[in-house]
Design a binder for this molecule. Structure first.
Ligand code: PSU
Ligand code: MN
Length: 311
């Protein structure tokens, strides 16, 4: 396993349960924690994190929520640690890749983004990761150059990331272009169309449609063995939970305009937009958000299971 030679190993701290599961080839699913610290308000952030872990267990997997605590890379949090992170969200940092060294050197507390979670999951030997939506190319990036580090990480780290596409706070066409540049296969799980988080379709096609978790697991397996980087699995929000596309689009546009007027940029931009969308939809977006993450956790566990069967 590459864990031994990965330089991050020095800072890794796997829970006993995750260590055991990995050593006996049981399915493990990595989960990010920026959604806990910066993606949702308390106490919904804690409730969601717990529901997602329960979803993984219910599908026969072991959840490995990843976060930075006291300068250690935690893989698999105890009940108390998860509660702590959710309650202390206000003082936790948002750890993208450029923040890692500072947080490790200084002993900080942080939620990990998709980028950092992928990096840590790969170092821990975990092949599948479930999240809600990835970061990407922001609208207006031709002026701001605001492109999430998630897109570079997807090209680099050998992990399959199950998401519900990307929120239309992003420029989805440009996001797909950068994924292509970075060599990331975008697989649609039972869909031809890249989903737009709250809506099942963005109007942009995926690279390849695959209708079974076994086929997806085989692609992730080859990608990892050849060290080609990550795989993005796009899993649309369940029909019954999807929001009306026009309605949510109006709210998103409103939130983006407010951010521009308020001069919100850089690492604050994504959390700001997520928070405003939540407020502008009277919490309706949060209900959809929780439903799609649970759905992603379920599919990710099935893929992790199929990956175990290959090995
Ligand atoms: N998009 C969402 N929900 C989220 C995020 C993005 O719909 O919670 C979080 C993820 O952790 C993602 C990060 O990795 O924001 C991207 O932040 P930035 O755009 O600053 O790279
Ligand atoms: Mn950014």
């Amino acid at each position: 396993m590459n864990m031994k030679i990965n330089p991050l190993a020095e800072f890794l701290e796997l829970s006993e349960e995750v260590t055991d599961a990995l050593s006996c080839g049981r399915p493990v699913v990595a989960l990010e924690s920026t959604i806990i610290t910066h993606g949702m308000p308390f106490p919904q952030n804690l409730e969601t994190a717990q529901l997602v872990e329960t979803e993984v267990r219910g599908s026969g997997g072991i959840p490995a929520t990843i976060a930075i605590m006291e300068g250690r890379l935690k893989v698999g949090l105890s009940k108390g640690q998860l509660e702590n992170l959710a309650e202390q969200a206000e003082r936790a940092a948002k750890a993208s890749r450029r923040d890692l060294a500072v947080l490790l050197a200084g002993g900080g507390l942080a939620g990990t983004t998709v980028a950092t979670t992928m990096q840590i999951a790969e170092a821990a030997g975990i092949g599948v990761f479930a999240t809600g939506g990835i970061g990407g190319v922001h609208r207006g990036a031709e002026d701001t150059f605001d492109i999430s580090a998630d897109l570079a990480a997807l090209g680099q780290f050998g992990v399959g990331v199950v998401c519900a596409g990307a929120k239309s706070i992003l420029d989805i066409a440009k996001t797909l272009e950068v994924l292509e540049t970075n060599g990331v296969p975008v697989l649609g799980y039972r869909t031809d169309d890249f989903p737009a988080f709250f809506a099942r379709s963005s109007g942009h096609p995926v690279d390849h449609r695959l209708d079974s978790v076994a086929e997806i697991a085989r692609v992730i397996d080859v990608q990892r063995r050849l060290r080609l980087g990550g795989v993005l699995v796009a899993n649309p929000i369940p029909k019954e939970d999807a929001l009306e596309a026009g309605e949510i689009e109006t709210r998103i546009t409103e939130a983006i305009l407010e951010a521009e007027r308020g001069g919100v940029t850089r690492k604050e931009l994504t959390p700001y937009l997520l928070g405003r969308i939540f407020e502008l939809t009277d919490g309706q977006s949060l209900v959809a958000n929780i439903a799609l993450i649970r759905n992603n956790a379920r599919v990710a566990t099935q893929i992790a299971n199929a990956l175990c069967e290959l090995q």
